[in-house]
Design a binder for this molecule. Structure first.
Ligand SMILES: C[S@@+](CC[C@H](N)C(=O)[O-])C[C@H]1O[C@@H](n2cnc3c(N)ncnc32)[C@H](O)[C@@H]1O
Length: 189
C-alpha cells in the first residue's frame, strides 16, 4: 500500500466490518475455531474475532507500523497471534475455519498472485468460510496499476468449490472509480 496515512485516516475509528459479522452466522457449536486474517492492517477484525469465545486468530501483515498499532489495540490475549510476513514470501498457511481478507490480496506482486490464491483456498477446511473483498477491474487503483483487479467471472471461477452465500459488486464513481467485490462462501464438504 502506498500510504498508511490514508488508510489510518479512514480506519482508525471505524467499527468492525459488517461483512465479517454477517459471516459468523455460518458458525455454530462451542468447538475451537481458527481464523486467518490476511492483510490485517489495524487488526480491527482480528481483535473482534479473538474476543469471541472459542476463536483464535492468526493475523498477517507485512507492515510493521500497522502491526504495532494492531497489537496495541488488541487486548492482551493468547488467542491472537500477529505475524509480520509479506504475501509474496508465504509458502504455507495453517488449516482454518475462517479465512478473512479485506482489501489486501490485490496488493500482492502479480507473479505470486495465483500461488497465494491456491494457498488460501486450500487452507480453508471443508465447511469453512471465506470472507473476502478484492478490487474489480475498474477500480482506479487497478487502472493505475497499483493493484491487481479480478473480474466477477474470474472470482466466481476461483470460488467454484464454495457455496456462495453473499456476493456483492460495488461500483461507485466520484473523482475516482471504486470497484470491488465482497464475498462470503462456504467450502463444499
Ligand atoms: C487496505 S489495507 C486493509 C487492512 C485491513 N484488512 C482492513 O480492512 O482494515 C491493506 C493491508 O494489506 C497489507 N498488505 C498489502 N500488501 C501486502 C503484501 N504484499 N503482503 C502482506 N500484507 C500486505 C497492508 O500492509 C495493509 O495492512
Amino acid at each position: 500500500m502506498r500510504s498508511n496515512q490514508n488508510y489510518l485516516n479512514k480506519n482508525l475509528d471505524r467499527n468492525v466490518k459488517d461483512l465479517l459479522v454477517k459471516s459468523l452466522k455460518f458458525f455454530s457449536g462451542k468447538h475451537p475455531k481458527h481464523a486467518v486474517d490476511m492483510g490485517c492492517g489495524l487488526g480491527i477484525e482480528s481483535a473482534y474475532l479473538a474476543a469471541l469465545p472459542n476463536w483464535s486468530v492468526l493475523a498477517i501483515d507485512s507492515d510493521a507500523e500497522l502491526l504495532a498499532l494492531a497489537e496495541k489495540k488488541t487486548p492482551a490475549n493468547e488467542r491472537v497471534t500477529f505475524l509480520k510476513s509479506s504475501f509474496e514470501t508465504m509458502t504455507s498457511l495453517p488449516a482454518c475455519d475462517l479465512l478473512y481478507s479485506y482489501h489486501s490480496l490485490h496488493f500482492i506482486d502479480r507473479e505470486h498472485y495465483e500461488r497465494l490464491w491456491n494457498l488460501i483456498l486450500t487452507s480453508i477446511k471443508p465447511g469453512g468460510v471465506i470472507v473476502i473483498s478484492v478490487f474489480g477491474p475498474e477500480d482506479s487503483m487497478v487502472t493505475k496499476k497499483h493493484a491487481i483487479g479480478i473480474s466477477e467471472q474470474e472470482l466466481r471461477n476461483k470460488l467454484i468449490n464454495f457455496k456462495i452465500e453473499h456476493f456483492e459488486k460495488i461500483r461507485k464513481k466520484f473523482q475516482e472509480t471504486t470497484n470491488y467485490f465482497e464475498v462470503i462462501g462456504i467450502k463444499k464438504e
